[in-house]
Design a binder for this molecule. Structure first.
Ligand code: AMP
Ligand code: ZN
Length: 479
């Protein structure tokens, strides 16, 4: 029986679905304004493993994870970089998809973007106002928190703490400091959409209410995200969905992953102590990174450091060596023929025991470190028994069980196409070299040496690198 810790009830509950065999699941995805860091990668990997385990248990999972492609961070970064918000989003969505591949995340059923759902968002805000939970001031729209009695049910933050304005933005336009923006009138230079209140854009929380409902219907089974999102993001999401659509419990199970620290320090982009997921994945074997991310139970904090990574590399080697041991024995038996022995029975029992104990640990709120420990117990058994096993079928079965179970943790034993450190570095060098050539070409153009500028462009083209001139300068892509 699967038990999951539900933030909504602060207890481990038996998992039951709302509708038969289907699990409808929404996970808050990245704000695509910067390179995802290794903490973000933890969140992505945690929910990928939860999804994979649910599928292993026989559920059909609809998995939605969004891209936040419009908010203050997007606008500020686009201005800093001198690009449009949509160019910024395109760049970092591509980056996320590359990381997702390296981390072996199963593709989502849909990756919706906030900007694709403006009509739905406006409709939800209209409903919230109509139902008496929202008000307009000078083109801005706010959620009227005191009107919504259940406010605070997820985060359980005392209301007086919120009223003091310590954890919420104080703004003269708001009737109550706890009120939050549903719609913001545009400021000069910001992207904006037409609405009944002003040309503007949605508040931060609106998109997840809308996209969850759009793709999954309300209520749905599981909503995931990092612990930092409990307040205000998810608290406000519940308030919006309940106020607009009259559904008191829009989500059954709220699951939140713990934070990743680096060398025991809180990760913070403003402190500049974060490692991007790309840096980590280019440096280490991608499967070892995924194994490392499974070494912590998802709700607990997890520290990223060199020692932890080295241990993960060794653990992965142990798994791969066990696979080689089994494969080696199978090929010997193919030559000399099968001859069953006591070891066959013992290995068959060990495989069965592994499956049972792995499931027991994962059924306990996805306890991946204990599930991994069970895998290593099995590997010790493989190492002692395999040389005496006489039947290839038993060996194949052991290999299949091992492959299937580590696969739930995101480790693909049949995949040897890892992007090595060397390949990663070569790609970085190539990228840098192209940038230098484009700078030289710009210099040539400025001094009206168009023959040289064209030569650089044509030679790059021969190498499969297409250069395009835009108003923001040249861009390039592999053709
Ligand atoms: P963001 O791009 O900031 O919206 O974050 C994407 C996801 O990563 C969210 O679910 C965050 O809660 C989660 N997250 C952010 N920082 C960390 C961290 N240091 N450790 C674990 N999860 C994180
Ligand atoms: Zn969200």
């Amino acid at each position: 029986m699967l038990k999951v810790y539900n933030t909504r009830t602060r207890s481990k509950e038996e998992f039951t679905t709302l509708e038969g065999n289907n699990v409808r699941m929404y996970v808050c995805g990245p704000t695509v304004y910067d390179y995802p860091h290794i903490g973000n990668a933890r969140s992505f990997a945690v929910f990928d493993t939860i999804r994979r385990y649910l599928e292993y248990k026989g559920y059909r999972v609809t998995y939605i994870t969004n891209f936040t492609d419009i908010d203050d961070k997007m606008i500020n970064r686009a201005n800093e970089e001198g690009v449009s918000v949509s160019e910024l989003a395109t760049k970092f969505i591509a980056e996320y998809l590359t990381i997702a591949k390296q981390l072996n995340l199963k593709p989502a059923t849909v990756n919706p973007r906030a900007t694709e759902h403006m009509d739905d968002i406006i409709e939800m805000v209209e409903l919230i106002i109509e139902n008496g939970f929202g008000y307009e001031v000078d083109g801005d729209v706010y959620f009227n928190v005191p009107a919504f009695e259940m406010y605070g049910s997820l985060s359980r933050i005392p209301m007086d703490e919120l009223s003091s304005g310590a954890r919420v933005e104080v703004d003269d336009k708001k009737k109550d400091p706890r009120d939050f923006a549903l719609w913001k009138a545009e400021k000069p230079g910001e992207p904006s959409w037409d609405s009944p209140w002003s040309k503007g854009r949605p508040g931060w929380h609106a998109e997840c209410s809308v996209m969850g409902r759009h793709y999954l219907g309300l209520p749905f089974d599981i909503h995931g995200g990092g612990q930092d999102l409990i307040f205000p993001h998810h608290e406000n999401e519940i308030a919006q969905s309940a106020a607009a659509y009259g559904i008191e419990v829009p989500v059954n199970y709220w699951l939140h992953n713990g934070f990743l620290t680096i060398d025991s320090e809180k990760m913070s982009k403003s402190e500049g102590n974060f490692s991007t997921a790309r840096e980590v994945l280019d440096h280490y074997d991608n499967q070892a990174v995924r194994l490392y991310l499974a070494t912590g139970q998802y709700r607990q904090p997890l520290d990223y450091n060199e020692n932890a990574m080295n241990q993960a590399i060794q653990s992965l080697e142990r798994i791969k060596n066990a696979v080689d041991t089994i494969k080696g024995r199978i090929s010997i038996l193919e030559r000399i023929g099968s001859r069953e022995s006591d070891a066959d029975k013992k290995l068959a029992e060990a495989s069965k025991r592994l499956r049972e104990s792995f499931e027991k640990e994962m059924d306990d709120d996805f306890n991946t470190p204990s599930a991994l420990a069970e895998i290593f117990t099995f590997i010790r058994e493989i190492n002692t028994l395999t040389k005496d096993v006489g039947g290839a079928a038993v060996l194949r079965e052991s290999l299949a069980v091992l492959t299937e179970l580590v696969g739930i943790l995101g480790i693909n034993l049949s995949d040897d196409t890892r992007i090595s450190k060397e390949v990663g570095q070569t790609l970085e060098t190539l990228r840098g070299t192209i940038e230098i050539l484009l700078e030289l070409r710009e210099d040539a153009r400025k001094s009206k040496d168009f023959a040289k500028a064209d030569l650089i462009r044509d030679r790059l083209k021969q190498l499969g690198i297409e250069v395009a001139d835009t108003k923001d300068g040249p861009t390039w892509k592999m053709s």
